[in-house]
Design a protein. Structure first.
Length: 114
């Protein structure tokens, strides 16, 4: 069962690390949904960690990683901006090149104050 955690309130320029329970057999992704906006892709990582992908808006500030021994995927968020405020979700998929994700977890709220 996927469950994102680690959200909270942080000032602009600060950092947070989100985590999510993950199966080593699945490729994992992080998504976010801001109020009044559609859910958007943030970052993805293959099951072996040899491939990652990022939305252009977060490149250089957010880093996705995973520890398969702990069945956990992380999203390290640095230099946070108010526009990063959203509910963040983790998701899992069986095939890297498939567009959709198979499983979704409950989100965690991230609020960045200016």
């Amino acid at each position: 069962q996927l469950q994102a955690c680690g959200g909270g309130l942080v000032q602009a320029g600060g950092w947070l690390t989100l985590s999510c329970a993950a199966s080593a057999r699945y490729h994992m992704g992080w998504f976010r949904q801001a109020p009044g906006k559609e859910r958007e892709f943030v970052a993805g990582i293959s099951w072996s960690s040899d491939t990652t992908s990022y939305a252009d808006s977060v490149k250089g500030r957010l880093t996705i990683s995973r520890d398969n021994a702990k069945n956990t995927v992380y999203l390290r968020m640095n230099s946070l901006k108010p526009e990063d405020t959203a509910v963040y979700y983790c998701a899992a998929k069986a095939v890297w090149y498939q567009t959709g994700y198979d499983y979704w977890g409950q989100g965690t709220q991230v609020t960045v104050s200016s």
